[in-house]
Ligand binder design. Structure first.
Ligand code: PSU
Ligand code: MN
Length: 305
């Protein structure tokens, strides 16, 4: 991959060159997933957790006409303050945003792609995009799924939110050849809830075993891997309350005619308001947990050489 539009920060470049563990972080969660200042506080504390667990954090975004791996300092603050005024960069937006120099949060799909360009194998986030409820009418399936099918990066998440159709999301992951790992669980987690009611494909219980599986997956020339790490029990929310709020949020989205790239940020924002901030606390807790597990997996992968 040849591009003069990729900027890798000095600490991230040094760690990648030395084969040291690095964990990528997405930025749509900063621009479109959480309000300011919780978003910048979350971004800083997640980076701290990755360092405490022995890896180098690399927050990824599009800034000033560049793809950046290792956004920090004033740039991170600028991105967090920009919020919804920044663009949301999915794979197909990248060249247009680079051409215009637009600041953008990168989705899971785009973060995976830039991580791969920068030589980063492990990525931590909150939840992935997937198949939306009603997709049989709207055809709304996140580009995160096709990216997972082709880009060799491991994505540690807390599963998929129930704003999505979880069984259809699992079917699409299967169709696209994406292994769904339950980390310390047999179940596929559902973001605010530890168990979606649907099983993961394979269970692994420690970072070394996950790293072994990843090494083999990539030896076979395959793409992304989804690692579902359930929200810590003390932060999990009530499944019935969440279902009620999701239905309300989806009804409001339909009434307001929200579609395409706006639907996920709209639903995330509504969930936040409808749960009176409970979902924000849960979201922050699960991202921190995912960052710790991702760092441990990156460390185990680096040890394999
Ligand atoms: N799901 C969440 N939180 C998020 C997102 C999804 O629970 O912040 C963000 C991620 O950046 C993800 C993107 O990649 O939304 C998916 O958007 P879409 O559904 O438009 O593909
Ligand atoms: Mn979509």
């Amino acid at each position: 991959m040849k591009t003069d539009h990729l900027r890798v920060s000095a600490p991230v470049a040094a760690a990648v060159a030395a084969g040291q563990p690095v964990v990528a972080l997405e930025s749509t969660i900063i621009t479109h997933g959480m309000p300011y200042p919780e978003n910048i506080e979350m971004a800083h504390s997640v980076e701290g957790i990755i360092r405490q667990n022995g890896a180098v954090p690399a927050t990824i975004a599009m800034m000033d006409g560049m793809m950046v791996a290792g956004v920090g300092g004033d740039d991170l603050e600028r991105l967090a303050r920009e919020g919804h005024s920044a663009a949301k960069a999915s794979r197909r937006d990248m060249a247009a945003l680079l051409a215009k120099g637009t600041m953008a949060g990168t989705t899971v799909a785009t973060t995976m792609l830039i991580a791969q360009m920068a030589g980063i194998k492990v990525f931590a986030t909150g939840g992935i995009g997937g198949v939306h409820r009603g997709a049989e009418h709207t055809f709304d399936v996140s580009a995160d799924i096709s990216e997972l099918s082709q880009t060799p990066v491991a994505v540690v998440c807390a599963g998929a939110k129930s704003i999505l159709d979880i069984p259809k999301t699992l079917e699409m992951l299967e169709t696209n050849g994406v292994p769904v790992i339950g980390y310390g669980t047999d179940a596929f987690p559902a973001f605010y809830v530890r168990d979606s009611g649907y099983p993961a494909d394979h269970r692994f219980d420690n970072p070394e075993d996950v790293a072994h599986m990843l090494a083999l997956h990539w030896q076979l020339g395959m793409g992304g891997v989804l690692i579902g790490n359930p929200i810590p029990a003390e932060f999990a929310l009530d499944a019935e309350m969440i279902e009620l709020r999701v239905k309300q949020a989806i009804t409001q989205a339909e009434e307001q005619g929200i579609t395409r790239k706006d639907i996920t940020p709209f639903l995330l924002g509504r969930m936040l308001e409808l749960t009176e901030g409970k979902s924000l606390a849960a979201n922050i807790a699960l991202v921190k947990h995912n960052a710790a597990v991702a760092a441990q997996i990156a460390v185990a992968l680096a040890k394999r050489g």
